[in-house]
Design a binder for this molecule. Sequence first.
Ligand code: ATP
Ligand code: MG
Length: 589
Amino acid sequence: MIEKLSRLFVRTLRDDPADAEVPSHRWLVRAGYVRRAAPGVYSWLPLGLKVLQKVEAVVREEMDAIGAQEVRFPALLPREPYEATGRWVDYGDNLFRVQDRKGADMLLGPTHEEMFTLMVKDLYSSYKDLPLSLYQIQAKYRDEARPRAGLLRGREFVMKDSYSFDVDDAGLEASYQLHRQAYQRIFERLGLDYVIVSAMAGAMGGSRSEEFLAVAENGEDTFVRSPGGFAANVEAVRVPAPAALPLDEAPAMETVETPGAGSIAAVVEVLNRDRGERSWGPGDTLKNLLFKVTSPDGTTRPLAIGIPGDRELDPKRLAAVMEPAVAEPFGPEDFARHPELVVGYISPVSLDGTKVLGSESSTGIEYLADPRIVTGTFWVTGANEADRHLSGVTVGRDFEPDGVLDVADVREGDPAPDGSGPLSLARGIEMGHIFQLGRKYADALGLKVLDANGKLVTVTMGSYGVGVSRAVAAVAEATCDEKGLSWPAGLAPYQVQVIATGKDQGIFDEAERIAVALSDAGLDVLLDDRKASPGVKFADAEVLGMPVAIVVGRGLATGEVEVRVRATDERRAVALADVVPATLEVLGS
Ligand code: ATP
Ligand code: MG
């Protein structure tokens, strides 16, 4: 088909939108693909909608190919099912809650596990009906704390979500693998450079889960990989605990005078000056951080976290393990409520052996420690007195953490947890997420079927998401350059832009004839028939980003046009008779 630019509902903009943080956002707005309606909420204009629909088509084909059936649930949902699974509360501020005129609570769906579980419960009752996979492509609503980067993190966004239902674990594993393979095909077809990483299940619950990340400098997710093939979202990295050390080899607990040494570096300096029998480093120290943890129901509790002094606490790793609760560092008011903690010198134990942190201590504050803080390891830490530290503070003898909390930062060069070599860090955009939910939702909502022996069994489920609108931005992010968008042929709104330059009507007529020939060959063509200068037209073509441009102008005198390839900037003169085959060749079709 042919569309004329003179009538297409689009305006390219000269200036970046004020809130543009990443190139894809800047260009999608400047090229007139999307417009912001509210923070994190976008309208799709004709060009953008075409790309969105092409991404949807890829996703739909691959879901259909694994036998999943398309349905569409409402976005406006009743409260009760979400209440039954706890998510009405657990989703916290991320949930858009609305009330109808009678005052009944409703929500805008952030994801639909509850609704699908109930629908299958309504209609199915036997193992013979399973396995079953259902999916939909639909707008989702989440009141994200920081909508950013345009379509990459919206408050309304398009997701493909699917749900699998099986009688047993082997069935779930098979459904999961089918989705995993479908996702590999989807992201390959979108042309994304992606990695599959193990992930944390988060508020979704359940056990096994993997994410598909598009490798991108501007991505919000950090992932690690090792030469031996380990790959994980940094939130999902579990640091292995070293072996415990014998307690009888630990040194005695002693006081170190550290006047004015307010930082770990200063403490290490004092140690090296006054205890020069060995060299000390930040890794010999233990830092104890205090947090206020707020549960979704609004209750709060203090939590102390111990990590080796040579590591930083990673706020994202902490947020992931605390979810749905939220942890914030202690502020002055929180410390004021615990005068027994001497800020800057906090320790799980005092020199006289009094426990200060931990559920069995004078403060009763729960104390969780990094996995490296194992029995028999000994540390330099505060003395719970100003200007004093303690050395030789030994785990299992002087204090015992209440449990493990693995939230220290993961660094380039750290060993992979599975021994497959040093980790390297990179960034990515989460494009898809597959979960083995297990029986969490089926249990909460009573989804059972009769098995082959006539016994009622709880169904086991998987849930699988693809960020469809996010994919539009992720592809743009991967392909755009300093001049504008640059779509792969399979996703471009039009594969070819024919540009008529000059004032001569003959040129416009010839441009139209070329457009018809290309369209007849099965291509979607955008014809720039506007009365504008060549400079404006060329610049617009680069901003709009169709993979091939055909410039019709002066060359006609010698029977030639110019074929320009957007991605490589390659330009070549082609005889009129060869325009169609040359274009098809460039497009690889
Ligand atoms: P994120 O960690 O990026 O917030 P999530 O873990 O909350 O994602 P899921 O609940 O697994 O995401 O949703 C499935 C998919 O939907 C994600 O993999 C992502 O591609 C997409 N998605 C999630 N949140 C957004 C959003 N705010 N805007 C656009 N796409 C999103
Ligand atoms: Mg999210």
